[in-house]
Design a protein around this ligand. Sequence first.
Ligand code: NAP
Length: 312
Amino acid sequence: MSAIYEKVALIGLGLIAGSMAHAIRRMDSSVHIAGSARSAETRDIAREIGLCDSVYETSAQAVADADLVVLAVPVGAMEAVAKEIAPHLKPGAVVTDVGSVKAAVISAVAPHIPEGVHFIPAHPLAGTEHSGPRSGFATLFDNRWCLLVPTEGTEPAETDRLARFWRGLGANVDVMEPEHHDLVLAVTSHAPHLIAYTMVGVADDLRRVTDSEVIKYSAAGFRDFTRIAASDPTMWRDVFLNNKAATLEILGRFTEELFALQRAIRTEDGDMLHDYFTRTRAIRRGIIEAGQDTDAPNFGRAPASSAVNPPE
Ligand code: NAP
């Protein structure tokens, strides 16, 4: 049986591209994986650990003859990469990306895609707080969702082929509209990350008052915020700058709810608090039933440093 794509070019060699490389090997060892990264250090590490079959200095070199090109760089860098690779893409090739935001990436990349090349944006909902070429692993996408966001005029057969590829990497696949994707992700990922960053910032301000107690007693709940807040600063800066409207909409709603809870505490409205927490507990149960986390003690996570699969 021939490979779904015989040659795959990974542009950017961090957590997501690295995990894709491992998962591609697991799926089909006949696929040729070409890769390129911005820094010589990342390229050297990729060669040392055998992440790709060939590693190139420029993305233009890596995409030559590739059947599938994956843009796996921060959202804010997608346009420059698209511009660079455009003249070197093979006719009939598929270009996809793994960016955490979709509408802004489509506006930035689509105008550069030449006639005869298919552009099918995607977003695997899987990640860890680690980054770089050593952080990837083959099972990252197992039983996680990958959302495909085909652009206008995309041939359904090409979307189906990309869906088959992601299923081969272990993911479940759904198709979504870009604006809807950005709103859903603002709720499930972007706003929670901002809240985690804020909470850790508040704790850091308080550190002077509490000495080392914030760290020492962190298992009381704070620790889970710090894991999310350890995520890559460049990636997250770009996510917020490129999903501005949806994130601000969700943060507005969050602020209203926070005020309602604040008021319930002040007025000692125990019923309100109890009802609220009962509702949220049911949501947690729903996530476990959907197979998107585990019910094991400590959420099934090893001590914070080796945790995997937080909400992307
Ligand atoms: P990562 O581990 O930090 O790797 C990013 C890669 O992009 C590195 O190879 C880096 O090169 C390269 N890069 C950074 N800035 C660049 C620029 N300005 N121009 C060209 N290349 C650049 O990141 P990642 O976690 O794999 O994220 C990659 C993409 O996946 C992002 O768009 C992110 O939104 C999305 N995503 C991330 C997660 C997650 O949880 N991490 C989940 C789903 C989707 P050097 O190493 O040479 O600096």
